[in-house]
Design a protein around this ligand. Structure first.
Ligand SMILES: C[S@@+](CC[C@H](N)C(=O)[O-])C[C@H]1O[C@@H](n2cnc3c(N)ncnc32)[C@H](O)[C@@H]1O
Length: 204
């Protein structure tokens, strides 16, 4: 059910930008007020979230198992003049090697589409990368997005629910501060509609 690094590498080779250059709207909404520090984005793709933090003075690591995506991140960081604050890491999200710069103040996972048992491992890896009192933030397409929302994987098991995420976060030793459904406006092939996301914010 999980997709391979080869699959993602092909997607990243096929387009200059697979995802928007802007950070995820919920990353901006929930994390703008954090004091500047260090962060890792696990499965961060082309690094849109990490670059947003780096531009704001943070020390960042963008980690993904697609070497094509990580190289794009490094090029973007260089063009933005923030490469000295950026580390790109090629690693599975299921291994502690996903974070090379930890412990960090903030770990992010955005739209990592994994079978539930693997997602629990990825959240535990993110939790393990945090400093004491660090912040974990995650966002996914929620299961209700299947068939009702625009975009996102249409396989129910790849879209976690609030209850599943709360259980995974607690098992990873995190305190859940917020876990809630949020709608997001998206446009795909000239059609605009809503995606149903689930946002998880935790402290260690
Ligand atoms: C939907 S994209 C989201 C990318 C990025 N987080 C963002 O929001 O722009 C999912 C990303 O997860 C990565 N990915 C999928 N499975 C992974 C795994 N097991 N380990 C590391 N990265 C993985 C893919 O390469 C892809 O970049």
């Amino acid at each position: 059910m999980n997709q391979s690094a080869d699959h993602w590498n092909e997607r990243y080779r096929d387009a200059e930008s697979v995802w928007s250059l802007e950070p995820n709207q919920f990353v901006v909404e929930y994390l703008s007020e954090l004091s500047m520090g260090s962060m890792v984005d696990i499965a961060g793709g082309e690094g849109r979230n990490a670059l947003w933090f780096a531009r704001r003075g943070w020390t960042v690591e963008n980690s993904d198992f697609s070497d094509v995506a990580v190289e794009k991140f490094r090029e973007r960081a260089s063009r933005a003049g923030v490469l000295d604050r950026c580390v790109g890491t090629v690693s599975s999200a299921l291994e502690s090697s996903a974070c090379q710069t930890g412990p960090v103040d903030l770990a992010v996972i955005a739209y990592l589409q994994l079978a539930l048992a693997d997602l629990a491992v990825a959240i535990a890896v993110a939790s393990g990368a945090l400093k004491p009192a660090g912040t974990f933030f995650g966002v996914w397409h929620e299961r209700g997005n299947v068939g009702r929302g625009l975009g996102g994987p249409q396989i129910p098991e790849l879209n976690p629910t609030v209850d599943e995420l709360v259980a995974h976060a607690r098992s990873a030793g995190l305190t859940v501060d917020v876990c809630e459904l949020r709608e997001r406006s998206v446009t795909r092939n000239d059609v605009t509609g809503s995606a149903i996301d689930v946002v998880l914010a935790c402290s260690r």
